[in-house]
Each structure stands twice: as C-alpha cells, then as structure tokens.
Write a protein that binds this ligand. Sequence first.
Ligand SMILES: [Zn+2]
Ligand SMILES: [Zn+2]
Length: 137
Amino acid sequence: MNQSNHRKRSVRRERILELLRGTKEHPTAEWVYEKLKKEYTDVSLGTVYRNLRILVEDGLAQSIQGGKSLDHFDADTSPHHHITCLQCGRVTDAPVTVNEEVFKMIEQITGYQVLLPQISVSGLCPDCQRQNEKKSM
Ligand SMILES: [Zn+2]
Ligand SMILES: [Zn+2]
C-alpha cells in the first residue's frame, strides 16, 4: 500500500500550505514556524520541517536552495525561475521566458533528464545593494 496516498489529513499541514500560498516571499521553515507558533503554541520547528517535506513530496510545494543554503519553500509548483540574494538569502521570482533549447543543451551535456526546467541565479538584492552603498560611504 502506498503510504503517501493514505496520508492522514492534517489541519496544521493545511495551514502551512495556506501560509505558503499567501506569500510570494519563498519563506524558510523558520518563517513558517514563527507564524504557526502564534496559532499552535505547542508546534515545533521539527514538525514544520516534516510537514513542509511532505508537501514537497506530495507535489503541493517545491523547495528552492536559498542563498544561505537554507531551504526556501514555494507553493507555486509550476516551473519558474528564481534569483537568490547571496547576502540576505532571500529568494525572488524571476518571471522571464527561457528558450527551451537551453534545457535540451543541459540534457545533452550532462546526460540528465530535465524534469523541472527552471533556472536559479544568485546575486545581490536591491536592499543589500543599498545597504552596502551606505556602509562604504
Ligand atoms: Zn539581499
Ligand atoms: Zn517562486
């Protein structure tokens, strides 16, 4: 019997998904935990992590590697591109169209089969750029 098909409905997991769907910020587990803690005082970060993993396994969310090697979560599971800030770790959608040829080339060069054709680039977000300018003045 496939366990994932018989997963118990969880009110907290549904709330976590709701929180994810309500933001474009690609939050970390810690962010979700801070929000959830206000509603369920006995919730632990471990529970949040576990439920986020289940949402990803069930295809209801995706995880993105953030700039500070923390996982960020996105309830938008359609393939789309991201840019991550190397300084503060935030993840932002980069709504551009990438030529499909790129993914074919990646398949040819690496021998992988591309399943999620999305690209992640990193850099410095506008806020961090401003902060760095202030520091150097
Ligand atoms: Zn930043
Ligand atoms: Zn996204």
